[in-house]
Design a protein around this ligand. Sequence first.
Ligand SMILES: Nc1ncnc2c1ncn2[C@@H]1O[C@H](COP(=O)(O)OP(=O)(O)OP(=O)(O)O)[C@@H](O)[C@H]1O
Ligand SMILES: [Mg+2]
Length: 250
Amino acid sequence: MTTTAATATASSTTTTTLPVLEARDLTFRWPRATRDCLDIASLRVDPGEAVFLRGPSGSGKSTLLSLIAGVVTPRAGRLKLLGHELSTCSGRQRDQLRADHVGFIFQQFNLLPYRSALDNVLLTCEFSRRRAALAVQPRERAQELLRRMGLGPELIARRASELSVGQQQRVAAARALIGHPDLVIADEPTSALDDAHRDAFMLILREVCAESGSALLFVSHDTRLAARFPRCLDLPALQRGSARVEEAAA
Ligand SMILES: Nc1ncnc2c1ncn2[C@@H]1O[C@H](COP(=O)(O)OP(=O)(O)OP(=O)(O)O)[C@@H](O)[C@H]1O
Ligand SMILES: [Mg+2]
């Protein structure tokens, strides 16, 4: 991916003293829906913070993460990622901001099935020169992250489609963590892991985020994990208006 002058400006003006994420009066409605899925008065995540986000299935957690990552756009309100108001960015600028600053562990992983585990992690650095530069030696760093996630040389050379679901989930995490992202977004990242792998995964995730100074926004149905986070947000409690009524009725 090439970086245009406009996107380069959007990425390079970032400073770490700004909140990583700042939302005000944020509303979002899916096409054809009759009510807002999200209606949030305010939300802020500071650099390096680790935040657990909880809420019942269907309450809008993944939708909120997609908004933060600039995958979908709000109906109204302000949403700033590292000081950049996403609604005033072009689609290309949003894509580049995400590539440069956000590591997203998707609920469905979104790996390229025919590429190796290692190549999937290196894709992050193909899409972002900033992340490639911060990784210093991307191939070595990718191998190290995969090894810390419990995937050795034999597994990382395999196609993603030939890995177990839990192994794919850990590849998706390594892909999100490479290149010191300012924000790591993890959407149910432990759903396919047994207890031992989940505990090891949580340690590595928190450790790599701390080493990199990455803020972490972590979504899980596993409420036992909330105790490991200094801050916990309850999405239904953040909601107001019809979005809140819909949740209460569910
Ligand atoms: N692409 C879409 N188009 C229309 N509606 C959608 C879409 N994706 C999600 N929704 C709706 O938005 C609401 C919130 O969905 P979302 O996936 O954000 O919930 P969630 O809290 O992440 O749930 P889960 O815990 O099951 O992953 C649901 O009512 C869902 O049906
Ligand atoms: Mg979800």
